[in-house]
Ligand binder design. Structure first.
Ligand code: ZN
Length: 175
């Protein structure tokens, strides 16, 4: 990881930990050379490791521009930037950590419940999710939760879907 990206991410992590102290113990971070060509990052539930693409994070300027285009296109949540790639993965890690501590729960089950609860509470269609959160959130319940968590933590003005998911996830975690 080049120093420029590493410093930016470390500063970003401190912001995340300020807002969500539980995140501090939920994962470890590593650079990886084995992700797909366009894969920014990956969370491995077995090891609680977040892998960041060494190649893509080697050029934070280029990565930032690519991610910003995706935000503009609605593929990622409004109010997030390239550092939110890490926040998204932390969302996966938090769900996993929550499930691990509670017999009978799985990360996919917890995510599906959260998604269903928020969709019902807000009366959302798929189109609403794409418009009010992100297109990538349609990838499945786990990415729905991770995208919402990224917006909840990183956006200066999180919207109603991100707020609902973030508050429910933290409430579940703190129960
Ligand atoms: Zn994801």
């Amino acid at each position: 990881m080049p120093r420029q990206a590493e410093e930016a991410i470390n500063a970003h992590l401190e912001n995340v930990f300020d807002k969500v102290p539980e995140a501090r113990e939920a994962f470890r971070l590593a650079a990886s050379d084995v992700l797909g060509p366009d894969e920014y990052a990956r969370f491995d539930p077995a090891t609680q490791a977040i892998s960041l693409s060494r190649r893509l994070f080697a050029r934070p300027g280029r990565l930032g521009a690519a991610y910003a285009r995706e935000v503009k296109d609605g593929f990622h949540p409004r109010g997030t930037d390239w550092r939110s790639i890490v926040t998204h993965e932390i969302g996966h890690a938090l769900v996993m950590k929550h499930a691990l501590g509670r017999p009978g729960l799985t990360a996919s089950g917890v995510s599906a419940n959260l998604e269903r609860g928020v969709i019902e509470k807000l009366g959302l269609s798929r189109q609403d999710i794409a418009r009010e959160l992100s297109e990538y959130a349609l990838n499945g319940p786990q990415d729905f939760v991770a995208e919402a968590f990224a917006e909840f933590v990183d956006s200066p003005a999180p919207r109603r879907v991100a707020l609902a998911v973030g508050q429910l996830l933290l409430a579940a975690f703190r129960r």
